[in-house]
Design a binder for this molecule. Structure first.
Ligand SMILES: Nc1ncnc2c1ncn2[C@@H]1O[C@H](COP(=O)(O)OP(=O)(O)OP(=O)(O)O)[C@@H](O)[C@H]1O
Ligand SMILES: [Mg+2]
Length: 424
């Protein structure tokens, strides 16, 4: 068990792009196909200034949209990619130049990569047989006697074969892991005889069996159906707590991030946007991106302008903020903001002075009803509200919504950074 530290980490890949082109990187990939005459290697930064400390025994979730660099960060830690800049520590040791095998890390990927010709037992035992488990000092018994006995009894029925002391250690470990994961009854099956969820547990078992210092998991549940995902999710969290192994878990699913992580690191475009506990990320998102990415359905954003003392004005509605916003807002250089409000903090209001919304879609889920629409006088500004399940609303209808003013967020309209409020 060990802490993991990324210190000012950078990673760039070489990409072949056309020289002296003013077009941006995305567009350059189009040129590649059409003209390869003046191609040159250019470094493309995929990770920038990554500073992240994962505590010993912590469950850290990396979350962010596709392509933001999550897998690359894991691969750097595993030693499968070389750093462009910065340092990576496992425990107190810098591992920048240490080969993957010597880093004492186990990785579980989205595709379980089980050996198809080996049964579950041997899949789990595979890594152990290549490790030092049960190895003793070289002596007559381990070097000569045991191999000879194994060889002599190999053709006998399974129960009569000689098992070396090392293989007995391995067997003990495989059985322990199998019982943790409740796959004892599957040990003699081949991978093709397993369901997706079972394969997933075998892959986890193989990683656990090695008893590594750090677990890395890269979207390990994305092949499972919704029910199995929820079950396996809970199981992984429970196991991690039981084993206390420092874990970094990659996902682009915000529900997974919220429910599994001790802390979450939200990434975008190769940079970390915020590192905090799930509730802190939810209640105090550092910027608009985090606010929108975490929470489902996502937060609504409405442009507003502040007039003193505390009135927010949008061409189609106005709100007066609670007093506690006074000090922080009056210290802002900008008076233009984005008002952020999560769907569940809208409620139907009898007063026509509030936010008027034209309803385009009603989704009655039973436990709540989602209303999607736009501001009645501004069809470009969309609104999603979660209302009580007994709400009766028809398509095309205009409804008046109020918002819970104690639940709003404000973001600077220019740089989209949250205005921090102490009261959360
Ligand atoms: N070997 C490589 N050579 C060049 N570019 C790469 C290489 N590996 C990754 N990239 C680029 O680096 C960026 C980050 O990739 P990465 O796989 O880390 O993203 P990710 O966050 O794991 O995405 P996903 O959620 O889709 O798995 C992407 O733009 C990708 O195209
Ligand atoms: Mg990935």
């Amino acid at each position: 068990m060990a802490k993991v530290v990324f210190e000012n980490v950078y990673k760039s890949f070489k990409k072949r792009v056309q020289e002296e082109s003013n077009r941006n990187i995305e567009n350059k990939s189009e040129i590649l196909d059409s003209d390869s005459s003046s191609l040159t290697n250019q470094a493309v930064n995929v990770l920038r200034n990554i500073n992240l400390e994962v505590k010993d025994g912590e469950f850290m979730v990396l979350v962010g949209p596709s392509g933001c660099g999550k897998s690359t960060l894991l691969r750097l830690l595993a030693g499968l990619e070389e750093l462009t800049g910065g340092n990576v520590y496992i425990g107190d040791r810098i591992v920048n130049k240490i080969p993957p095998k010597a880093r004492d890390i186990a990785m579980v990927f989205q595709n379980y990569a089980l050996y198809p010709h080996l049964n579950v037992y041997d899949n789990i035992a595979f890594g152990l047989r290549r490790s030092e488990i049960g190895e003793t000092e070289s002596n007559l018994v381990s070097d000569w006697l045991e191999p000879a006995l194994v060889g002599l009894t190999r053709s006998l029925p399974r129960s009569m074969r000689y098992i070396s002391s090392r293989e007995r250690e391995i067997r003990k470990r495989v059985r322990y892991v199998a019982s943790l994961l409740q796959i004892e009854s599957l040990l003699s099956r081949l991978p093709k005889e397993l369901s997706g969820g079972q394969k997933q547990r075998v892959a986890l078992g193989r990683a656990i069996a090695r008893n590594p210092q750090v677990f890395l998991m890269d979207e390990p549940l994305s092949n499972l159906d919704a029910k199995l995902r929820t079950e396996t999710r809970a199981q992984i969290v429970q196991l991690q707590k039981q084993l206390g192994i420092t874990t970094i878990y990659v996902t682009h699913d915000q529900t997974e991030a919220m429910t599994m992580g001790d802390r979450i690191a939200v990434m975008k475009g190769g940079e970390i946007q915020q590192i905090a506990s799930p509730l802190e990320i939810y209640n105090q998102p550092a910027n608009r991106f985090v606010a929108e990415f975490i929470g489902s359905p996502p937060m609504n954003f409405l442009p507003v302008e502040l007039t003193k003392p505390l009135t927010l004005i949008n061409p189609h509605f106005r709100l007066t903020l609670p007093e506690y916003w006074g000090e922080i807002l009056h210290n802002q250089g900008n008076n233009k903001f984005l008002l952020g409000i999560r769907p569940q903090y809208f409620f139907l209001s009898p007063e026509s002075s509030h936010i008027s919304v034209k309803v385009n879609l009603v989704e009655a889920l039973g436990s709540e009803t989602y209303i999607q629409g736009t501001l009645s006088n501004d069809s470009d500004t969309s609104i999603t509200a979660s209302l009580s399940p007994d709400t009766i609303v028809s398509l095309g209808e205009s409804i008046n919504l109020s918002i819970n003013l104690d639940k709003i967020h404000l973001f600077d309209a220019d740089n989209k950074v949250a205005i921090p409020l102490d009261r959360w």
